[in-house]
Write a protein that binds this ligand. Structure first.
Ligand code: BES
Ligand code: MN
Ligand code: ZN
Length: 496
């Protein structure tokens, strides 16, 4: 898909559809809309008077062969109240417009930005949104929607003087949107197509193409390095585990910046192991590798965007199967760090593989850690599918991440990690146990377990169990993988 900046007057743009937005205010016809109403002999005014055009969020009004415009259609989307307008609203509007128009077979779209919103951040957000809205999950369908892809989007409403910076913003937005789609493609793969081995191959191919250093450790290297926690999860089935390591080295690192270790959980299928999950809904557990896929997508994006910070990405990958060789409740494992773990529930496997992932990232030189994982059902209870759960041991670092989440338009909410919770996972027969002792706070005990391995290294944990998968198709987002947290992490890395 082509995404361009078009500084010609919007009325002269030849597109299948011109899209713009309407604010919900006492008179919704302002600026461009007032002009459009005049050249269409008061048509928009009539719609306002009849109550059809109000500007309520995502209200959609489609006009054909609008008078005064070269475009074949005019699509007006409600943007809600002007005071509440944000990058997140803009992304939803763009996404909803693209998805509804592509369903009608529209190929060429122009998106008109209001004068007050015409800035670089908006251009980037539009490019991201159009790229992710064009994504479909029909890879394994015989009848694909690929013939319905949008071919071009022209962003209009910018003065010529902004061209250079807006073009750069569009290019960043496209890079980030494509990285999100790369992540979503991985997450969408079923577990029979995407085993830990295949994930390793795909990570290697991506890194090679992006020009990043990559190493995929096989089961022998993993055993040599004594990654006992990862191995304990992998031993339940015949598919061997992988430990994926990708490194980005900047031309010139910011001397103030830490070496960031990104650790992503990649359980390509989570049956629960011997503590097996109920059959109902188990098919969704193919997305239990979303944390790892997100980190791989971040690396893909930064290879092009080139932040001034060194990044080491570590993705432990395995299945969690209940085979005859599987670990059993009560088993005691020795992690790479040397800490012993009592596995009281084999379904709390994500924290086990992250324990070794975090230890390895530190050993490779990371001085600040961020992990992302579909870790707990408890975070879904606490925050539903709205907010990512954020846990952090260093408040300044955590605040920086939360600020990036805001800027990137992703909802995240900080959760507590008081010392009192440490008691919950104190081991009876080993150093630590992998579940809390029935006192609630399930998302927190998961985080506390990982924290134990991060030690004194500043660390942030993102529990994306509720947010990495979209259960119901939204006007702006297909059902399925969301690649949540990718934009925030890219923004954070670019801020050094
Ligand atoms: N992958 C699951 C968490 C999960 C649940 C992800 C729902 C997405 C949606 C994780 O491995 C798991 O099974 N966690 C257990 C932990 C429990 C045994 C302490 C859970 O949340 O039930
Ligand atoms: Mn599990
Ligand atoms: Zn899991």
């Amino acid at each position: 898909m082509q995404i361009t900046l078009e500084t010609k007057p919007y009325a002269t743009l030849e597109a299948d559809a011109l899209v713009t937005y309407v604010f919900e205010e006492s008179d919704p016809l302002q600026g461009h809309l007032l002009e459009m109403d005049q050249s269409a002999n008061g048509l928009l005014r009539k719609l306002v008077q009849s109550g059809e055009l109000t500007g309520k969020t995502l209200e959609s009004t489609l006009l054909h062969v609008p008078a005064g415009l070269k475009a074949g259609r005019l699509l007006l989307l409600g943007a809600g109240k002007r005071e509440q307008f944000s990058g997140a609203t803009l992304r939803k509007i763009v996404g909803a417009a693209i998805r509804s128009l592509k369903a009608k077979g529209v190929k060429k779209i122009a998106f008109l930005v209001g004068e007050k919103e015409a800035n670089d951040a908006a251009a980037q957000a539009i490019a991201e949104a159009v790229t992710t809205a064009n994504f479909e999950t029909d890879k394994y369908k015989t009848d694909k929607k690929t013939d319905k892809q949008i071919e071009s989007l022209a962003i209009a409403g910018y003065p010529d003087s902004m061209r250079a910076s807006a073009d750069a913003a569009i290019s960043r937005g496209r890079t980030i949107g494509e990285a999100q789609n790369f992540t979503r493609d991985l997450v969408n793969e079923p577990s029979n197509k995407l085993t830990p081995r295949v994930l390793g191959e795909k990570a290697e191919a991506m890194a090679r193409e992006a020009g990043l250093a990559v190493e995929v450790l096989d089961e022998r290297r993993i055993a040599d390095l004594k990654m006992g926690a990862l191995l304990s999860v992998a031993q339940g089935g015949p598919e061997p585990p992988r430990m994926i390591v990708i490194t980005y080295v900047p031309a010139k690192a910011n001397p103030q910046a830490p070496v960031i270790g990104l650790v992503g959980k990649a359980v390509t299928f989570d049956t629960g192991g011997i503590s097996i999950k109920p059959a109902d809904g188990m098919e969704k557990m193919k997305y239990d590798m979303a944390g790892g896929a997100t980190m791989l997508g971040v690396m893909r994006a930064i290879a092009a965007l080139k932040p001034n910070v060194k990044v080491i990405c570590v993705v432990p990958a395995t299945e969690n199967m209940p085979g005859g060789t599987a670990q059993k409740p009560g088993d005691i494992q020795t992690s790479m760090s040397g800490k012993t773990i009592e596995v009281l529930n084999t379904d709390a496997e994500g924290r086990l593989i992250l324990a070794d992932g975090v230890t390895f990232a530190k050993q490779l030189g990371a001085t600040a850690l961020i992990d992302a994982a579909t870790l707990t059902g408890a975070i879904v209870v606490a925050l539903a599918n709205v907010n990512v759960g954020v846990f952090g041991s260093d408040q300044a670092f955590t605040d920086k991440l939360l600020a990036s989440a805001k800027a990137a338009g992703e909802k995240m909410w900080q959760m507590p990690i008081d010392d009192e919770y440490r008691e919950f996972i104190k081991g009876s027969f080993a150093d630590i146990q992998n579940i809390g002792s029935g006192k609630g706070g399930g998302a927190i005990t998961g985080a506390m377990f990982i924290k134990e391995f991060a030690g004194d290294t500043p660390w942030i944990h993102l529990d994306i169990a509720g947010t990495a998968w979209n259960d119901d198709a939204k006007p702006w987002l297909a059902k399925g993988p969301t690649a949540v947290a990718l934009r925030t992490l890219v923004h954070l890395l670019m801020s050094y």
